[in-house]
Design a protein around this ligand. Structure first.
Ligand SMILES: Cc1cc2nc3c(=O)[nH]c(=O)nc-3n(C[C@H](O)[C@H](O)[C@H](O)COP(=O)(O)OP(=O)(O)OC[C@H]3O[C@@H](n4cnc5c(N)ncnc54)[C@H](O)[C@@H]3O)c2cc1C
Length: 498
């Protein structure tokens, strides 16, 4: 009889694990807290508009990509999903009319950086050379290191060696440190806003390298289309998923994971348990404390830094917004007080005019994202519904005013507004402190994998963004494949399934 595998969480990691396990002859069942699949890969519909809540770029979108593309194809995304490769990834606008267009093409971006600050050539050229060099790295999908043959390890190393110099050079630097070299104040500031995702220089270079290779495009239809395609393929194979099923405990007997207990008290037994859910609740609440290692305790007590919680203000605009950039980062004349602990000095907007599925014809869905303090918004929602509503309105009003200052008259065209706070993200995904993407990139985990099993606990695995620093769709989806490979190998079966 096939082994039953209980998967906690129906985000991209859980769906991928479900798919590969089913394909490999196991009986997976996904237990998902929310009423729909996708976790953070999500969007929501309001009065004819679809407000995208996730995808900015999808690594592995190019048909020429030798790695992640294969994974997306296997999971059911391609063919079927059309990709847009933005000419300008984002536009950064200063307070005094300065701007920087972040072109996806590295050569164009170099020209643009030199236009903004010719005197910073000394730092611009090596940076762009690094992007171009890294864009040649053919990242492939490999089995977990523990399962690779000597020959495969050598092949992997041979693929990495030509880029070691770049890795070494950029891993030692932080974004702020590099930005501090620029003579132009605007460029120094704008450089930090290009991704605005932590201090990892190598992560920034890799992302720009993927954009340069047209391998980090935006999938038309956004999150709903992607997750819909993946869920559909999983179900067509006979995979099961149970919604509104929050797991409270993992049952452990004789140091072996043997089942789960749902919030309603229901007990479900299985042969293997995989947590593709929030890392903190898995380790600190679902499992007995004795399996928590010092390493993991350290990560969650400051050893690693998580991505922040966020507020997303979504707007339905009754205009095609055709002349407007797809994404723009605006430096504010007056800082925006988001909450008592957070002030925004810049605000990023996205106008989804490049995706006709997001709004009725002639109209545009837009959004603005900003970091926010989880405790403030969570407590407010729990304890003071009226103030929570007022605070959301205050933020929406402030965002609309900023938008109207930049694009005069646009506020009159706004038909729909929607505000998601850190409490919203927590409510629907249970991610620790409302984090938008798990752990920020950390150079330590470039060459070293974070552990996904716990010493002394059999038949249990963790996958997803909380065991893959840097987060994102590709590592979470590929973890579904690698956990299946580990399970196949431990059952003595052929694990080379992709
Ligand atoms: C605004 C935003 C923009 C982003 N942009 C990009 C981008 O452009 N490109 C990119 O690659 N990545 C992006 N990301 C990050 C990416 O979405 C995530 O890193 C990735 O989706 C994480 O997937 P996951 O399956 O590991 O976790 P999750 O998506 O968090 O899925 C975990 C699932 O487990 C469920 N769950 C939790 N606890 C329980 C429980 N106790 N019982 C049952 N179910 C439970 C949750 O409801 C959830 O569905 C973005 C994220 C955000 C928020």
């Amino acid at each position: 009889m096939s082994k039953k595998v209980l998967i906690i969480g129906g985000g991209i990691a859980g769906l991928s694990a479900g798919y590969f396990l089913k394909k490999s002859g196991y009986e997976p069942e996904i237990f998902e807290h929310h009423a729909i699949a996708g976790g953070l890969v999500t969007a929501w519909k309001r009065k004819g508009y679809t407000f995208e809540g996730c995808i900015h770029w999808l690594v592995g979108s190019s048909p020429d990509d030798p790695g992640f593309r294969k994974l997306w194809e296997e999971l059911g995304c391609f063919p079927g999903i059309e990709i847009v490769d933005h000419e300008i990834f984002t536009r950064i606008e200063g307070n005094n009319g300065e701007y920087l267009n972040v072109y996806s093409d590295a050569d164009r971006f170099q020209k643009e950086l030199l236009r903004v600050s010719p005197e910073d050539k000394k730092y611009i050229i090596p940076f762009i050379n690094g992007v171009k060099k890294l864009s040649k790295w053919q990242m492939r999908l490999n089995p977990p290191a523990s399962l690779m043959s000597g020959k495969e390890k050598m092949k992997l190393m041979a693929g990495i060696v030509p880029f070691m110099g770049e890795f070494r050079k950029w891993s030692k630097l932080s974004v702020s440190k590099y930005a501090s070299n620029f003579k132009s104040d605007f460029l120094g500031k704008a450089f930090k806003s290009i991704l605005g995702m932590g201090e990892s220089m190598i992560f920034m270079l890799m992302t720009l390298a993927w954009l340069h290779r047209k391998n980090a495009g935006y999938p038309i239809g956004g999150s709903l289309k992607m997750i819909g395609s993946i869920e559909d393929k999983y179900r067509r194979r006979g995979g099961k998923i149970r919604f509104n099923s929050t797991v409270k405990k993992i049952i452990v007997e004789n140091d072996t994971a043997v089942g789960i207990i749902l919030e309603n008290g229901e007990e479900i037994r299985g042969d293997i348990v995989i947590s593709a859910a929030d890392g903190h609740s898995t380790l600190f609440e679902m499992l007995p404390k004795k399996y928590l290692t010092d390493e993991f305790r350290d990560y969650y007590s400051g050893g690693l830094e998580p991505f922040p919680a966020i507020i997303q203000v979504s707007l339905g605009i009754g205009s095609p917004c055709s002349g407007m950039p797809g994404a723009v980062q605006i430096y504010l004349n007056e800082p925006l007080r988001v909450d008592p602990k957070t002030t925004a000095n810049e605000l990023g907007f996205r106008f989804f005019h490049f995706d006709p599925t997001m709004a009725p014809k002639g109209k545009t869905a837009a959004n603005a994202l900003m970091p926010a303090d989880f405790d403030y918004w969570y407590d407010l929602r729990q304890n003071n519904a009226e103030k929570y509503r007022q605070e959301k309105e205050r933020i929406a009003e402030a965002v609309i005013e900023i938008l109207d200052n930049r694009f005069p008259g646009i506020s009159e065209k706004i038909e729909v507004r929607d505000i998601a706070t850190p409490a919203t993200y927590y409510r629907y995904t249970l991610n620790w402190n409302g984090s938008m993407e798990g752990w920020l990139p950390n150079t330590r985990f470039m060459m070293e994998e974070m552990k996904k099993e716990l010493p002394g606990l059999k038949n249990f695995h963790m996958i997803g963004q909380w065991v893959a620093p840097g987060g994102g769709l590709p590592p979470s989806a590929s973890a579904g494949l690698t956990v299946t490979q580990k399970i196949l190998a431990s059952d003595g079966k052929d694990f080379r399934i992709l």
